[in-house]
Design a protein around this ligand. Structure first.
Ligand code: MF3
Ligand code: CO
Length: 250
């Protein structure tokens, strides 16, 4: 596991700020009638304006700058000219950028127009599950504390946790050890130390936890067709507690 220096952390804060700015732009642009490809172009141009480079484009052959996952899509949805957002859609926006050699990574799920009460509950519960995971990201704790906190929060709200995708260490590489599952047992797994930076990213389904991947090789969807939501922050573990590098207002 890569422990960041004070200098590394300063650069990761810059990356986190860029990711937050681009996500805020995308959230504002996610209105009925916009295509997910248009959102991808907005993400890439805003990123370049800010002097950064999108992390996902070309990563393992991924073809776009942002992952946009609508309704029953869980994560890794590929932007398309044909996919126009509609009133009531549940839209996951997942974005990463590199600044000064360090990555930031974050995701938000937004409701387009008027959403169903179930969609609102799912999105609120996923946001809360991320907050619970972040609160458990403390020096002296273990990686399993984070997963246990996320799982407990999600399941107590009546939603299920996706097992196939996990959070991750992040730094000079988008994905570094350790893996950060959104389920597990407290007091297990790697020790959390100051200078460790993690991307914590719960994915919650309204129905069963199972997923499958579409023929495009990327888009993960719920097996039962139920709605899914995803939130993510890049979080530094410090002596003073978790520092969210992709928080609003940083
Ligand atoms: N936030 C996701 C992750 O950290 C997005 C990766 S998409 C990819 O794994 F295209 F870059 F693979
Ligand atoms: Co991530």
């Amino acid at each position: 596991m890569q422990i960041k220096t004070a200098d590394d952390l300063a650069r990761m804060r810059d990356a986190g700020r860029v990711v937050r700015a681009v996500l805020d732009t995308l959230v504002a642009a996610a209105v009925p009638g916009v295509s997910t490809s248009e959102l991808d172009r907005i993400a890439e141009s805003r990123t370049r304006e800010l002097g950064a480079v999108p992390s996902f484009k070309g990563y393992l052959g991924y073809p776009a700058s942002v992952c946009i996952s609508v309704n029953e899509e869980v994560v890794h949805g590929i932007p398309s000219e044909k996919r126009l957002l509609r009133d009531g859609d549940v839209v996951g926006l997942d974005f990463g950028a590199v600044v000064g050699g360090f990555h930031g990574d974050a995701a938000e799920t937004v409701l387009v127009g008027r959403a169903s009460p179930e969609a609102e509950r799912l999105v609120a519960a996923t946001r809360a599950a991320l907050a619970a995971g972040v609160a458990a990201a403390r020096a002296g704790g273990r990686v399993g504390d984070i997963g246990a906190a996320v799982q407990r929060s999600a399941e107590s709200a009546g939603f299920s946790v996706v097992r196939e995708f996990v959070g991750h260490g992040i730094g000079r590489k988008l994905h570094e050890p350790p893996q950060v599952p959104n389920f597990g047992e407290p007091g297990t797994g790697a020790w959390l130390r100051p200078g460790l930076v993690l991307a914590i990213e719960p994915m919650l389904n309204a129905g069963l936890p199972g997923i499958r991947t579409l023929e495009d090789g990327w888009t993960a969807v719920t097996e039962d067709g139920s709605l899914s939501a995803h939130f993510e922050h890049t979080v530094a573990i410090t002596d003073g507690g978790p520092e969210i590098l992709t928080r609003m207002g940083t």
